[in-house]
Ligand binder design. Structure first.
Ligand SMILES: [Zn+2]
Length: 284
């Protein structure tokens, strides 16, 4: 269970102070600086879980670089690290470019204090759509400039920023056995649907439209075999997802609002952290 028991009391005091803070301000997981020494396991669900025995992605390797390493979000389940290394080697060999890795997870996973709510189990990986044909400098890596491929206002592809290799990169990732889903902006999915002219369209099923993902794709891996407490997500609907469902994402002009009192928003129940994650925090 690691060597942390001796120092657990003062840490717990800090932790309880942090946990009393509003959710948007602090996450106790951000105070954790090293992975736990347990066997590797993704625990809980993608948006409510943690990571035991995390591995760190080396900050530079063949075919990739890590962005904003100062945030320490480059830890993942070993399957995630292997996936990134596979995809990066393929991009270098087949697409002659390097990929830029954004957020994966904190050293022991858990909630970020800013940004997205998933990435908690070491199985979610953001890969930027800015292709790095030339390696970035340390300064550029620390404060990277995103490259969007969508004109959000017009709901259209930014053709000047789109590169055929984007199609190939998403396809390479989607064809990886470990990948469960890839989130991209619906306009990007439209482009992928229109570009695939072969018979094999099964990979498109994994590519799911979601707002926000216009300068990066978010790759989500399946629960690894060693992770019995990992909660998988239901499979995406069958088919390539290029038809009516995709069309339904397109914003419609709003009809005149009927005059009815707005319903009170329902209060969300706070999520209960899996007990194994609670234990991890207590062991720090
Ligand atoms: Zn993400």
């Amino acid at each position: 269970m690691g060597t942390g028991h001796n120092v657990s009391k003062p840490c717990l005091l800090i932790l309880s102070a942090l946990m009393a803070a509003p959710a948007s301000l602090a996450s106790p997981w951000e105070q954790v600086t090293t992975p736990s020494t347990q066997p590797s396991q993704a625990i809980g669900s993608y948006a409510n879980g943690c990571l035991a025995g995390g591995a760190s992605l080396p900050l530079q390797g063949q075919g990739y670089q890590v962005l904003r390493s100062q945030r320490a979000r480059y830890y993942g389940h070993p399957e995630a690290i292997r996936f990134i290394e596979r995809l990066a080697a393929q991009s270098q060999q087949q697409l002659s470019t390097n990929i830029l890795i954004g957020d994966i997870s904190l050293p022991q996973g858990g909630r970020f204090s800013s940004g997205h709510s998933s990435h908690q189990t070491g199985l979610d990986i953001d890969i930027w759509l800015r292709l790095a044909d030339r390696m970035l400098t340390n300064k550029q890596l620390a404060e990277p400039q995103p490259l969007s491929v969508v004109n959000l206002k017009q709901y259209q592809l930014l053709k000047d920023n789109w590169d055929e290799r984007h199609f190939e990169l998403v396809k390479l990732a989607a064809n990886d056995q470990q990948v469960a889903r890839i989130f991209v902006h619906p306009v990007i999915k439209q482009k992928l649907c229109a570009t695939e002219d072969g018979q094999q369209r099964e990979w498109l099923r994994k590519v799911r439209p979601w707002w926000g993902h216009h300068y990066h794709m978010h790759v989500r891996l399946k629960c690894p075999q060693d992770s019995q407490n990992c909660k998988p997500q239901a499979e995406p609907p069958s088919g390539d997802g290029c038809g009516a469902e995709l069309a339904s994402w397109k914003p419609q002009p709003k009809p005149a609002a009927p005059k009815v009192a707005a319903a009170k928003p329902k209060k969300k129940k706070p999520k209960v952290m899996p007990s194994q994650c609670q234990q991890l925090l207590e062991d720090i």
